[in-house]
Write a protein that binds this ligand. Structure first.
Ligand SMILES: Cc1cc2nc3c(=O)[nH]c(=O)nc-3n(C[C@H](O)[C@H](O)[C@H](O)COP(=O)(O)OP(=O)(O)OC[C@H]3O[C@@H](n4cnc5c(N)ncnc54)[C@H](O)[C@@H]3O)c2cc1C
Length: 430
């Protein structure tokens, strides 16, 4: 999707710099029956297709637009460990059995992502240099102290950095300290998605693009998967459409809070500027309520991101003006740098910020709601889905499937985030 509006049409950087490519399978090659039908060509669906094909299953994946069209091709590229929620809160919400299991599975998520990248030789600018969660003020630093204590108690090798060390690592005076997570890293997310698709095909999965699934239902003997052109049967099915779900399926309606996040990339910086910012290669984000993120890509572009829809009528202009101010405030050496790429994406947030596995019938599930942390979790849940759905092993999921996963007042709460971000950006540090 292209960014548009008063500031012109600049588009998604990842579309311009992705080097991985795939050739979709022709629809004539689609058999009448498969073992696993996957809807959605993002990290979740692609990891499921890859794992299932490696298990020897016949797999068909349908993507309505293009591989990585959803969050997987638009995100920041921070391969984080764990969820947004600190571990004690996860245990409080999920209980003493599931909580620690989920924390362990997602704590190891970067291991999973970087080993898939290495095993499948995916060219996606992968760097495992850690991430910095930066304190935007003293209360942000208290939050990091709490996360540091809890993380260490649960085995996460987090390091708390003081203001001087945060300044040295980020190249900015703006932060009161930072929490360093050496398990994490950064990638070019669209290239990772396409590389997973290529690997899934090589393992025997068929990938159909652009083919939208119009309905999925169980007829008592198996799943009927209806596309505009063909209907096929599947023993198992995974709906992996997250925040970009299209079509009204008989047995599944997604329920999440839509939260927009926009990104602004500079042109490649000259070497002296480039080496003054995040010289250790970390990805970073801050503790502010209207959160922002920053990272470099392989060519030395600084990519700034924040909650809010730069294409939205409400706050588009204020988000853009905020980005220029924020860049100059955080990195005065970059004041006046324009942005060569501007784009946005939609996050599926759940009410409790915990992802959901929704059982939609026998050997059928929908996975969604990573709440803005889906590179690691999407890869972990997608890989787990193959075993859970093909072998009927429910314990393969990082958390138990549920029959219903409603989020109350979802659209209203989405509007609340957008209005909050627009107001925050319009008034911040003027
Ligand atoms: C702007 C932004 C920044 C983010 N930053 C980060 C980050 O730095 N780190 C992190 O870990 N996570 C981040 N996330 C979250 C992460 O990108 C998502 O959680 C993850 O990509 C979800 O992957 P997915 O495969 O479940 O869904 P998606 O990648 O959204 O894929 C769903 C796909 O389903 C397809 N589809 C929908 N309906 C149909 C249909 N009927 N038939 C066929 N296909 C269909 C869509 O076209 C889409 O391609 C960010 C998200 C956004 C939007």
């Amino acid at each position: 999707m292209q960014a548009s509006g008063a500031f012109g049409s600049k588009g998604n950087l990842w579309q311009d710099t992705a080097v991985e490519r795939i050739t979709p399978d022709p629809l004539v090659a689609l058999p009448d029956q498969v073992d696993l039908a996957v809807v959605g060509g993002g990290f979740t669906g692609l990891c499921a297709a890859l794992e299932a094909a490696r298990m020897g299953a016949r797999v068909a994946l349908f993507e309505a637009t293009e591989i990585g069209h959803g969050g997987s091709g638009r995100n920041v590229g921070l391969v984080n460990a764990g969820l947004w929620l600190p571990p004690d809160e996860i245990i409080q919400k999920m209980g003493e059995e599931t909580g620690p299991k989920l924390i362990a599975a997602l704590g190891a998520a970067p291991d999973h992502v970087f080993s898939l990248i290495a095993r499948e030789k995916i060219a996606c600018e992968a760097r495992r240099d850690g991430t910095l969660h930066c304190a935007h003020n003293a209360s942000g630093f208290s939050d990091l102290q709490m996360r540091h204590r809890q993380g260490n108690r649960h085995g996460a090798p987090l390091q708390l950095l003081d203001g001087a060390e945060a300044r040295r690592r980020t190249g900015s005076d703006a932060f009161a300290g930072a929490l360093f997570d050496p398990r994490a890293g950064t990638i070019q997310p669209l290239s990772y998605a396409r590389g997973l698709a290529r690997a899934a095909q090589a393992a025997g999965a068929q990938i159909f693009v652009p083919i939208a699934v119009e309905d999925i239902r169980h007829d008592g003997t198996g799943w009927l998967v209806q596309t505009g052109q063909r209907a096929i049967k599947a023993k198992a099915t995974l709906i992996a459409t997250n925040a970009y779900h299209l079509a009204a399926f008989s047995g599944y309606r997604p329920s999440f809070i839509p939260v927009y996040y926009s990104q602004f990339a500079t042109t490649p910086l000259p070497e002296d500027l480039r080496s003054s910012i995040l010289s250790g290669g970390e990805g970073a984000w801050d503790t502010a309520l209207v959160m922002s993120s920053f990272r470099m890509d392989a060519a030395g572009r600084l990519i700034l991101g924040a909650i809010g829809n730069v294409e939205g009528r409400l706050g588009g202009n204020s988000h853009h003006a905020w980005a220029a101010r924020k860049l100059a405030q955080t990195f005065p050496q970059l004041a006046g740098q324009g942005f060569s790429h501007i784009w946005q994406g939609r996050i599926a947030m759940t009410g409790d910020h915990i992802p959901k596995v929704r059982q939609i019938g026998p050997n059928g599930a929908a996975v969604f709601g990573y709440s803005g942390r889906g590179i690691g979790p999407g890869s972990v849940f997608g890989t787990a889905a193959a075993r859970a759905l093909l072998e009927g092993d429910q314990s393969a999921w990082p958390l138990p499937p549920v029959d219903h996963a409603p989020t109350r007042w979802a659209r209203l709460r989405g509007a609340y985030y957008e209005i909050g971000a627009a107001l925050g950006h319009a008034t911040q540090n003027r």
